[in-house]
Write a protein that binds this ligand. Structure first.
Ligand code: ADP
Ligand code: CIR
Length: 355
């Protein structure tokens, strides 16, 4: 049974969403019929429709607006997740199956901007969830601590270029934390979309960052996902960044079992990250194209690319620097996701040169 208080919150929030001018996928796909069908359902973790949609109900400027409080939510609330997944990942239907992991031939990708004219830096990240643990809204404080211990001790076994140190957020000096955020290495604090989704409980307990000395290989612990594995460096050498990421993921996967779904691929908290979980991005300056932001968005979307601001999602561009990445992560392999960004950025640079 879903509590009356939860049902009341759902009804009030839904009425406000319907009356709003929200452009979120939640508003687009949560019809009255689906709302009524799902409002009384619960997962075995006790998660309700409210846990799924409360971020989008509170933040009408969400692009998507839903999260999976636990893995089972993808099944119990499939009537809402499936159409949103299909829209975001451009055509991944509820009858489709995500292909097996395939990083492809890592030696076939090179430098997208050898003369260093456009690309400031390149980053590829993927997300992973530790098998046996639910997502943020269902984790206990003890589980956060246990996971942090597991992650930091596992990563301490990495060697060579991947060798680094784990820095817990608990006890980190504020200026050190802010510098890491400003330099694009660390997740931001107080993300209202995650907070509304109940994903920031017990903060900063269990959260932390691991990185090598050069900060070219980093792992985020317990921010949006259990793990975010990141490779990044200055300039446009996507090949080098991708090779480092693949080596790291393969090494870490040997040491920790991750949650994988037969149809959805690797499981993540946000449905936009399912499947490969790969977001390959460049920080790029294309001043002529970006003179008209709507035009930049239009050209980018033609190549299945997404434009974000300099400090990541929901931020503005600073100094003309945009974060442009592959948008879809499901229904294609890891290699294809990265190649989609590679080919799209090559086209964007070509267009910029011709303007
Ligand atoms: P995520 O990539 O994990 O989905 P965000 O969009 O919030 O999350 O970005 C996280 C951080 O990564 C931000 O500080 C952002 O500026 C930084 N970032 C993303 N792409 C690049 C890049 N190509 N070069 C440098 N920093 C980047
Ligand atoms: C939103 O709906 O805007 C946030 N919940 C974040 C969604 C993830 N964004 C994305 O495009 N990958």
């Amino acid at each position: 049974m879903v509590d009356q208080a939860v049902l009341d919150k759902l009804e009030t929030g839904y009425a406000k969403l319907v009356a709003s001018d929200s452009k979120s996928l939640l508003k687009k796909y949560l019809t009255k019929e689906i709302f009524d069908q799902l409002k009384t359902k619960k997962t075995s973790f006790g998660s309700t429709l409210l846990d799924v949609i409360q971020s989008g109900l509170e933040n009408h400027d969400s692009g998507v607006g839903i999260y999976a409080p636990d893995a089972e939510a993808y099944t119990v609330f499939a009537d809402l997740f499936d159409p949103i997944i299909e829209d975001y990942h451009t055509g991944f239907k509820k009858t489709d199956k995500h292909p097996p992991k395939n990083f492809g031939d890592v030696d076939t990708l090179g430098n997208l901007d050898p003369a260093g004219e456009f690309i400031v830096s390149t980053r590829v990240r993927c997300g992973r969830s530790l098998e046996g643990y639910p997502f943020n809204p269902c984790l206990t404080e003890a589980q956060y601590k246990e996971m942090e211990d597991k992650v930091s001790s596992t990563l301490s076994g990495l060697e060579g270029e991947l060798k680094g140190t784990f820095y817990p957020l608990t006890g980190m000096a504020k200026d050190v934390q802010q510098k890491l955020i400003d330099d694009h290495f660390l997740f931001k604090e107080g993300d209202r979309f995650l907070q509304a989704a109940n994903a920031c409980r017990f903060w900063p307990t269990g959260r932390g960052i691991y990185h090598n000395d050069a900060k070219t290989f980093l792992v985020w612990c317990n921010e949006e996902d259990h793990l975010r594995i990141i490779s990044m460096q200055q300039g446009g050498d996507l090949g080098e960044v991708y090779r480092r990421l693949v080596k790291a993921v393969n090494d870490i996967e040997k040491r920790i079992p991750f949650s994988h779904h037969d149809r959805l691929g690797f499981l993540t908290f946000c449905p936009t990250n399912l499947g490969t979980t790969v977001r390959a991005s460049v920080h790029i300056k294309v001043p002529k194209l970006a003179a008209n932001k709507a035009k930049l968005e239009e050209v980018a979307s033609k190549f299945n690319l997404q434009v974000r601001g300099t400090r990541g999602e929901h931020t503005e561009a600073e100094g003309g620097i945009y974060d442009i990445s592959n948008k879809r992560r499901m229904g294609l392999t890891e290699y294809e996701a990265v190649k989609e960004m590679h080919d799209g950025i090559a086209e964007l640079i070509k267009i910029e040169k011709e303007l």
